[in-house]
Design a protein around this ligand. Sequence first.
Ligand SMILES: *[C@@H]1O[C@H](CO)[C@@H](O)[C@H](O)[C@H]1NC(C)=O
Ligand SMILES: *[C@@H]1O[C@H](CO)[C@@H](O)[C@H](O)[C@H]1NC(C)=O
Ligand SMILES: *[C@@H]1O[C@H](CO)[C@@H](O)[C@H](O)[C@H]1NC(C)=O
Ligand SMILES: *[C@@H]1O[C@H](CO)[C@@H](O)[C@H](O)[C@H]1NC(C)=O
Ligand SMILES: *[C@@H]1O[C@H](CO)[C@@H](O)[C@H](O)[C@H]1NC(C)=O
Ligand SMILES: *[C@@H]1O[C@H](CO)[C@@H](O)[C@H](O)[C@H]1NC(C)=O
Length: 399
Amino acid sequence: MGTLRTCLCILIWVHGLIGGIESRRPWFPEPVPNVTVIVGNDALLTCVVQDLHSFKVAWVRVSTQTILSIHHQMVTENARITLSYNDHKTWFLHIRKVQETDRGWYMCQINTEPMTSQKGYLQVVVPPKVIEEESSIDLIVKEGSDMNLQCKAQGYPEPYIMWRREDGLDINYNGITVNVIDGEKLTIRKTSRLHMGSYLCVASNGVPPTKSKRINVTVHFPPMLMISNQLEGARNGVHSKLECHTEANPPSINYWTNERGDMIVSGTRFIDEKIRDGYVCKMILHIFNVSAEDFSSYRCVAVNALGETDGIIKLYEITTTVKSSSNEIVYEGENYKYSVNVTEVIDYLNGTTISATYDNFTSYVSSSPPLAHRHNIIMYILLLLLLSINVNLFNIIIV
Ligand SMILES: *[C@@H]1O[C@H](CO)[C@@H](O)[C@H](O)[C@H]1NC(C)=O
Ligand SMILES: *[C@@H]1O[C@H](CO)[C@@H](O)[C@H](O)[C@H]1NC(C)=O
Ligand SMILES: *[C@@H]1O[C@H](CO)[C@@H](O)[C@H](O)[C@H]1NC(C)=O
Ligand SMILES: *[C@@H]1O[C@H](CO)[C@@H](O)[C@H](O)[C@H]1NC(C)=O
Ligand SMILES: *[C@@H]1O[C@H](CO)[C@@H](O)[C@H](O)[C@H]1NC(C)=O
Ligand SMILES: *[C@@H]1O[C@H](CO)[C@@H](O)[C@H](O)[C@H]1NC(C)=O
């Protein structure tokens, strides 16, 4: 009875011993977390081991099958990689100033038989960077021709590229109005002067900071000229302004000439004013104290390397003008006609009557029928008489 009990006890102890050894095999209570770092920063890979006992932990670079560390020893000669551990439980692999080549799987191994291991992924991301050599530089394009911009960028993950105007204005993109255009290439057909401006190619891949490159686009076109009033009226003595609106790029040389073709230079009586805003130039010729010799034609001229254009403005004198000259019959008697010619002079500018002259005129007409008329009647009677005589003669002959 006693021996049986003892035997049972030994069995239980042996079983317990075996079970204990079994449960003391090293194991991982948690996975090696995946780590994402921006290139240049430091990375930390963590491996937690339970019940290590006399077993040893090694870090292995999976892609190259390189052993980085075994237990407390560094094996790799890469000085950026170091090891630290905490109580033989938590094993840290430090990688300083991470490079893109460090991207990959890292394995935490325990030298059990068979080997126990688990791995974690080190993701190395790279912020976008515009590749200057493969991207467009500032551009000059002739109006009407095509504009081609290109921008290339690198980074990890591969950046995507979009284009927009630096001033945020919409872009007429081959007929559609857009604010941004995706892709490495920006092609605009039949460029117009409105396409002029600074463009930004923006490269982003979710890794800060986003990068952009500015490309200035200049559109060249020959001068164009618009005149809203080709006829300008002025009174003697006033200050008159003649205006021409021009557009040209590169900016034009703008000047005025008189009727004889001489260039007008600013002086006391004439001032040649130019208001420039980008490729737009408003030309204003001021004429002070307009006098008789100023009423003539003026030519505004715009010239740049691509061409020349001009326009003519005629300055005429505003005088008071005769508005109406009516011939009113006031009364028509038996032998006279009384008429009044009313001549009104009205102001051309504001329509008020300045003066009205009444030109009364009476014409007398003879009360008896005119002599010619009377003479005709006599002739008529004579003819009738003659005819009746002829008819009678004829009748006589027949009979
Ligand atoms: C690490 O990433 C891989 C895929 O890249 C995934 O299968 C694994 O579950 C991740 N591990 C952790 C701990 O998130
Ligand atoms: C591009 O345009 C911007 C804004 O118009 C200007 O400030 C900048 O100087 C230009 N750059 C070059 C290189 O012309
Ligand atoms: C304007 O011009 C006239 C002659 O053209 C001259 O007699 C007059 O003094 C001038 N007036 C002013 C204010 O210059
Ligand atoms: C009145 O007007 C008519 C027509 O315009 C013209 O023939 C006539 O001579 C004028 N009379 C006077 C007195 O001016
Ligand atoms: C119209 O013009 C005339 C001459 O310039 C001026 O004497 C008159 O005061 C003006 N009348 C009005 C209503 O502006
Ligand atoms: C001409 O007739 C108008 C209107 O009938 C009158 O007011 C004016 O006094 C007359 N003028 C002369 C010179 O008879």
